[in-house]
Design a binder for this molecule. Structure first.
Ligand code: MG
Length: 390
């Protein structure tokens, strides 16, 4: 880790998944802190990428496939940005970048190889792609240890836990209190959940996020993934991670210590604070986030989660206990089900059914720990989940 300037944070960075919700906020942070953006990447949103290239002049820009790369390269032929494509292209850009930190805000399973490339190239990984850890947490952690690189969480809850853990010893931790907003359907009965629509699902009460994660938040699958993410990031047992419903999204998570002291991080619900902290850590600097007004907040509430009506949270604990490739199966089945839901091919209440059935049918995947087997399980889970959608 070199090339940190005297202001305490790097002068250049990489933003993967730069057209998404966290990605665009990462670019905001870079602008606010005066950090040069050396590389960006995204799937196929050529229009936004062209704008970003013209504004930020990155050295590299990677897209999902060759056809998109050709289209984009033609559009930005007058710039110095090199357009790359596919998994190999994104990794090539990462390896050839001089930046010491990369924000990975790629959507879904596609974020895994970039995560590994960032780690293997010795850069700090500011991780917003929780799927990397859900799918292959053990492999990612092993790589980080081997290459002596840091993984700093960007997910708001995990950033809060990370901050609440500063200066502590692992034997002092009693449990992690992982807060959940509960999503738009908190308190709904099973009957009511049968008639919710796409529009209702995409109206999240406190956080402004992309469609996939907003849907995951409504089913509480997102919180399930975050339990798995916390397990891999903080080295605690699954039983030491407790989900707490906190509707206001002001207390972003906490750690309870063995002396029963609880240390939490609070702040306005704004991902830019988490992104900024992951980039500037261990320093804190002034940035673009508004202060928290406790008087305006008034009061904070806490309640246990309802795993009867939202079974995907309990399923995530089960997948974590089974281990191996089962969490990858959970993620893959969910990606397929949510995609079908967002394209109006699947009702909301059927998401949890498709995911649960797929995980149950593939519980044998607990035996698989090698990366190739995990990827094969992911593909098989997509096929099985897809066969349940009609
Ligand atoms: Mg979160």
């Amino acid at each position: 880790m070199t090339a940190y300037t005297k202001k305490g944070y790097p002068d250049s960075m990489i933003v993967l998944g730069s057209t998404g919700s966290v990605g665009t906020q990462a670019l905001d942070v870079a602008k606010a802190l005066g950090i040069n953006v050396e590389m960006i990447s995204a799937g196929r949103d050529i229009l936004t990428l062209e704008k970003q290239i013209r504004e930020l002049h990155p050295r590299f820009c990677a897209v999902a496939d060759e056809a998109s790369a050709r289209t984009l390269a033609a559009k930005v032929a007058d710039t110095d940005t090199k357009v790359l494509s596919g998994s190999d292209g994104i990794c090539e850009g990462i390896y050839n970048s001089k930046s010491t930190v990369a924000v990975n805000a790629t959507l879904g399973e596609a974020g895994l190889f970039p995560t590994l490339a960032v780690i293997e190239s010795g850069k700090r990984l500011a991780l917003a792609n929780k799927e990397s850890l859900v799918i292959a947490g053990d492999i990612v952690n092993r790589a980080a240890k081997e290459h002596n690189t840091e993984i700093i969480p960007v997910d708001s809850e995990h950033s809060a836990i990370f901050q609440s853990l500063r200066g502590s010893k692992s034997r002092e931790i009693k449990k992690i209190l992982l807060t959940a907003s509960g999503g738009p359907f908190y308190g709904y009965s099973r009957e009511e959940l049968r008639s919710v629509t796409r529009e209702m699902t995409l109206a999240h009460p406190t956080w402004k996020m992309g469609k996939k994660i907003t849907t995951d938040s409504a089913t509480m699958m997102n919180k399930g993934f975050e339990v798995i993410e916390a397990y891999h990031l903080f080295g605690v047992k699954p039983s030491q991670i407790e989900v707490v419903v906190h509707r206001e999204s002001i207390l972003h998570s906490a750690v309870e210590y063995i002396d029963n002291a609880v240390i939490a991080q609070l702040g306005a619900p704004d991902m830019r604070l988490c992104i900024q902290y992951a980039v500037t850590y261990p320093d804190r600097v002034m940035g673009c986030v508004r202060p928290l007004d406790l008087f305006e907040v008034g009061r904070l509430t806490f309640a246990p989660p309802d795993t009867e009506e939202f079974p995907l949270l309990a399923l995530a604990y089960k997948a974590l206990e089974l281990g191996g490739a089962v969490p990858a199966v959970l993620n893959a089945a969910n990606e397929v089900a949510v995609d079908a839901f967002l394209n109006e091919k699947l009702d909301f209440y059927r998401i949890s059914e498709v995911v649960s059935e797929t995980v149950n049918e593939m519980s044998y995947a607990k035996e698989y720990t090698a990366l190739d087997d995990i990827i094969a399980s992911d593909r098989e889970a997509r096929r099985i989940a897809g066969s349940k959608i009609f």
